[in-house]
Design a protein. Structure first.
Length: 259
């Protein structure tokens, strides 16, 4: 690490790193403490066993840097989340710098989603007699797949609700089954919407994680909006990548926003 903030009166810190492979929070590994430095070098290797490449795609490497304090609680210096679905494990040298961010409080969690855009079949050039029916045109299909949702939330019976929007108008809603008594549900919930090509630019998906309540009203935990005007930079990029890479599954993590 480099250019860490000073947490001690001496103008330095005693940093160490806690390593977790989310959503599993039980198995936490830690580096050694480096004394009085803002540019520590650990040169340590950690192993997580039992993770074939397919399983790694739904995991997030969480690195949390702390300042060790002998007489009080260790201070958080910063954290970074690395979705392993974005890492090319065929590369021999996966070395890169990641910016540390302050520890978030009251966060809603994150959700791993995949989008696929299915274009219409190509025109058969060998059968010129084939005609397109007027006024209908082809419909392009959008697959939306919610895989796992991770990080702490305060509610325990989550399910997913997906609304298809054309502009400001709600068109169609689909929802997953409820995952009871969990903070790290894996929904494996796939939906498909038929969207005319001429309306793909005004189409948006509102994805909300709800908390099921048997007695009272179901409450929203957090949401994202996927589309040209998404709820964040990553959501907008995800939608753009889906359109520019037809027939390919585009996977990305998104941080849920509060309602």
């Amino acid at each position: 690490a480099k250019e860490l903030p000073a947490k001690d009166l001496s103008g330095t810190s005693d940093p160490y790193v806690r390593v977790t492979l989310l959503p599993d929070k039980k198995h936490k590994l830690e580096t050694k403490i480096k004394r009085r430095t803002l540019h520590p070098k650990w040169h340590e290797t950690f192993y997580f066993e039992g993770f074939p490449i397919q399983k790694l795609q739904s995991r997030v490497l969480h690195l949390h840097v702390f300042d060790y304090d002998r007489f009080s609680r260790d201070d958080s210096i910063g954290e970074v989340h690395i979705p392993l679905c974005q890492v090319d494990f065929s590369e021999k040298n996966n070395t890169f710098w990641k910016a540390l961010h302050p520890l978030e409080k009251n966060k809603c969690g994150e959700i791993l989603t995949s989008l696929m855009y299915q274009p219409p079949p190509p025109t058969d050039t060998h059968r010129h007699q084939v005609q397109e029916p007027k006024g209908q045109g082809y419909q392009r299909k959008i697959w939306y797949d919610i895989i796992p949702f991770t990080h702490n939330i305060t509610l325990h019976d989550p399910y997913v609700k997906v609304w298809l929007y054309f502009g400001e108008k709600r068109i169609e809603k689909k929802k997953s089954e409820v995952q009871f008594c969990t903070l790290n549900p894996e929904f494996h919930f796939s939906v498909m919407f038929d969207v005319p090509w001429e309306r793909i630019r005004e189409c948006q998906l509102n994805v909300t994680i709800m908390d099921h309540d048997k007695v009272g009203r179901n409450e929203a935990i957090g949401k994202i909006m996927l589309g040209k005007a998404g709820s964040g930079t990553s959501e907008t990029k995800h939608w753009s990548d889906m359109i520019t890479k037809p027939r390919q599954t585009v996977v990305m993590w998104h941080r849920l926003k509060p309602e």
